[in-house]
Design a protein around this ligand. Structure first.
Ligand SMILES: [Zn+2]
Length: 414
């Protein structure tokens, strides 16, 4: 197949005017100017006046919360929001059918937004993964483990569900997500790290999302302790790390390039230095970050220190959509000095690196999958990437392994 567009932006390399991407068996074999293709044959897909990019990567989301869209709007404070979310969720008593429907909705929206790979955290892996396994979307599905004030057998059950090998599918990989420093005890985190290491599974953890988290980790008190008391999971036997969250993860060997840290909204200079030394990725969730009124995210300093920063939307419970492109446009408005190339890299290649997929997707080059998105380029004199980031156009087509996944094929009548 030959995909032709007014512009092709391969991420590695500069934009190609009147460009083309040639794919065979779902993988890219050639990228370059359409006029210079070396005898490529096959179906021609003309994407017109668009920019053809690698599919966007949403490195941090929770598709099984998609049914809570708009039901618990963030109003500035994280802990009250989390309490409201948990109440809503337990009142809704999600079952297999409602969860599958929420995930289906999330997958459809992702594809329509040009997202072709996600890092998804799920509390219901047995209900979420069948949907992911059946879909075209690429995913790393992190089974969430919450283990505080509980028996060891419960932890082992959650861990087994999180890392169940039966779900490994061509486009689905399993990982584990020890939820956050205020919901996992030290022995449980150690066990998660051990289990992930045994099978080489990736790890995702919410880290330094709020200002109160460090105090809880260090001293076991403050707002999170009160929150846990209200949730009736706190008693005096609950163990806390006794050190700040970054030191804790470092001690447990959990700061490698196989770890993805979600948020990292409150980080000190010393912690930044530790992160830079070890190489975990950081998923910055721009619009969710803004909705909770956190101080400015230090992602630029992270980038300057060589930390792999990627983009997440977080769930629809806290975010208006699952569009990585809209996250990039939000960052663009807040930080107009950052180059369009850097932003697009955060939303594509950096996400694939965070998910361990950077040898398969993330840039348009031979031997990688033809996961593509076509975004209309508004007219103007600026460079084409600036025009799409400053504009508001939605993707017109999304392809995974060369197959069109958005818009989906119309069902033939009769
Ligand atoms: Zn999250």
């Amino acid at each position: 197949m030959i995909f032709r567009a007014k512009w092709v932006y391969p991420v590695e390399g500069s934009a190609i005017e009147n460009g083309a991407v040639v794919a065979e068996g779902g993988k890219i074999v050639e990228v370059g100017p359409f006029a210079a293709l070396r005898g490529a044959t096959g179906e021609l897909v003309d994407l017109g006046d668009t920019v053809l990019l690698p599919g966007f990567v949403n490195a941090h989301t929770h598709l099984d919360l998609s049914d809570l869209h708009g039901q618990v709007p963030p109003q500035g404070l994280f802990i009250p929001w989390l309490s409201a979310l948990m109440q809503k969720r337990s009142a809704a008593a999600p079952d297999e059918t409602s969860t599958a429907e929420a995930v289906r909705r999330g997958i459809e929206e992702s594809l329509a937004c040009g997202v072709t790979a996600i890092g998804d955290v799920t509390t219901t892996p047995d209900w979420t993964r069948p949907m992911l396994a059946r879909s075209h979307l690429r995913s790393v599905s992190f089974g969430e483990v919450i283990a505080i004030g509980q028996r060891r057998s419960m932890l082992e059950r959650r861990l087994a569900a999180a890392l169940a090998a039966e779900w490994a599918a061509p486009r689905l990989r399993v990982g584990v997500s020890p939820h956050a420093p205020y919901t996992i005890e030290p022995a449980a985190l150690r066990r998660c790290a051990e289990a992930a290491r045994e099978i080489g599974a990736p790890v995702c953890m919410h880290l330094l999302e709020t200002a109160q988290e460090e105090r809880f980790a260090v001293a076991g008190d403050g707002d999170f302790r009160e929150f846990l008391m209200r949730m009736k999971v706190w008693d005096d036997r609950v163990d806390t790390p006794g050190v700040d969250p970054v030191t804790w993860l470092e001690r447990e060997g959990l700061l490698s390039s196989k770890t993805l840290l979600a948020h990292v909204n409150y980080v000190t200079d010393a912690q930044l230095a530790v992160l830079a030394e070890h190489g975990p990725s950081v998923a910055y969730c721009p619009r969710t970050h803004a909705a909770f009124g956190h101080p400015p995210h230090r992602f630029r300093e992270m980038l300057a220190r060589g930390i792999n920063v990627c983009i997440g939307t977080d769930s629809l419970a806290s975010n208006p959509s699952l569009s990585v492109l809209e996250e990039l446009r939000h960052v663009r408005r807040a930080y107009p000095d950052i180059s369009a190339e850097t932003l697009v890299r955060l939303g594509t290649l950096a996400g694939t690196k965070a998910l361990g997929l950077d040898d398969q997707i993330g840039a348009l080059m031979p031997r990688r999958w033809a996961d593509l998105v076509a975004v209309p380029a508004p007219p103007g004199k600026k460079a084409v990437l600036d025009r799409i980031l400053d504009g508001a156009s939605a993707p017109t087509a999304t392809y995974i392994a060369g197959k069109r996944v958005y818009p989906s094929e119309p069902v033939a009548a009769g």
